[in-house]
Write a protein that binds this ligand. Sequence first.
Ligand code: NAD
Ligand code: UDP
Ligand code: UDP
Length: 365
Amino acid sequence: HVSTKPPPEPSPLRKAKFFQANMRILVTGGAGFIGSHLVDKLMENEKNEVIVADNYFTGSKDNLKKWIGHPRFELIRHDVTEPLLIEVDQIYHLACPASPIFYKYNPVKTIKTNVIGTLNMLGLAKRTGARSESSSLCTYYLVLGNVDPLSHHLFLGQNRILLTSTSEVYGDPLVHPQDETYWGNVNPIGVRSCYDEGKRVAETLMFDYHRQHGIEIRIARIFNTYGPRMNIDDGRVVSNFIAQAIRDEPLTVQLPGTQTRSFCYVSDMVNGLMRLMDGENTGPINIGNPGEFTMLELAENVKELINPEVKIITVENTPDDPRQRKPDITKAKELLGWEPKVKLRDGLPLMEEDFRDRLGISRKK
Ligand code: NAD
Ligand code: UDP
Ligand code: UDP
């Protein structure tokens, strides 16, 4: 029996909340490199309220200083391996150290962050209603007039959780370039496994919550990303080379130097992540820049652009270093209408400026 009575008028307070249609967005790991740029972009939209949960392991409040105190922004010191009980509409789940020296520093903690951290964020998504069918169910209840129409997250039907996975799920790839159908070549017991196997389990959890509980999910497989706010001494190759060039120290190319990576500028990455979140595809989708460089070529570029006097030396490598990596971004182009715009040679000088500011070393005249 369907009632013909119109639904009750919402109270003025709730009506206001409804028409505001604010989206409350949680960014875990939002004090980090990619996360803080994502927060900047999300805050540009006045309808968004942004909550960052971060334990400051590799991130810093400094990256968010312009938002602290803003009425639409909230920063919580929180470790995602612990449950988090808050009300949110969307979750960008980034929390996890990304640089090899940090994720190898406490590998057990890295696994916990990837597995228990992702489980907790999925539990949060489940409790707050990130269900694929939520919008149609809500419309149904609205017609019946017997449900609170102002659980605005349900009404918008945009409740979802996005995981930042990684190209490392492809391991030392036997397929080149890597597309999303490739299952990878990963060492399960190596020193990088806490990170790459951790992310593989995180992806599995995302899909199991999707299949078992109808959670609306998005998975981005991020390829090497660079830009301002990277940790200066975090050991990643672009930050190392730029800091070395600025400090007049030799650029340390790890042997053999012919290994390749593809580097995506952070603004392109953030746009890709938001397209994925707002689009209709679960992924996994590769987000990265297909321009491929050997580490020797990268060093040559940094030398030419930043410090032509600097030396390039070769040093020992670390175990299990992937020999090549380049994303196939056909899916991102077709399904998200996204592709990167910033070329390496344009992005490196932007990062140099930020590093010079933070290191307090200006360019020689
Ligand atoms: P980052 O280290 O700068 O940021 C990670 C953030 O997560 C930091 O603020 C850190 O304090 C926080 N964090 C770590 N463990 C946490 C925990 N247990 N609880 C709460 N917060 C925690 O790294 P990033 O480069 O910004 O990477 C962000 C995400 O993107 C990560 O998930 C990473 O795996 C992924 N990713 C990055 C790259 C890249 O090239 N930067 C490549 C592939 C994937
Ligand atoms: N969880 C959380 N926030 C919530 C809801 C759940 O952190 O708002 C955590 C919860 O502590 C649990 C995990 O997410 O460890 C998975 O939750 P789920 O409800 O799926 O599983 P269950 O609690 O039934 O094991
Ligand atoms: N690398 C290098 N010199 C450095 C740091 C890294 O040549 O000072 C190389 C490293 O061997 C790897 C590539 O750069 O082949 C990328 O390493 P990074 O740690 O930045 O990221 P990864 O893609 O391995 O996670």
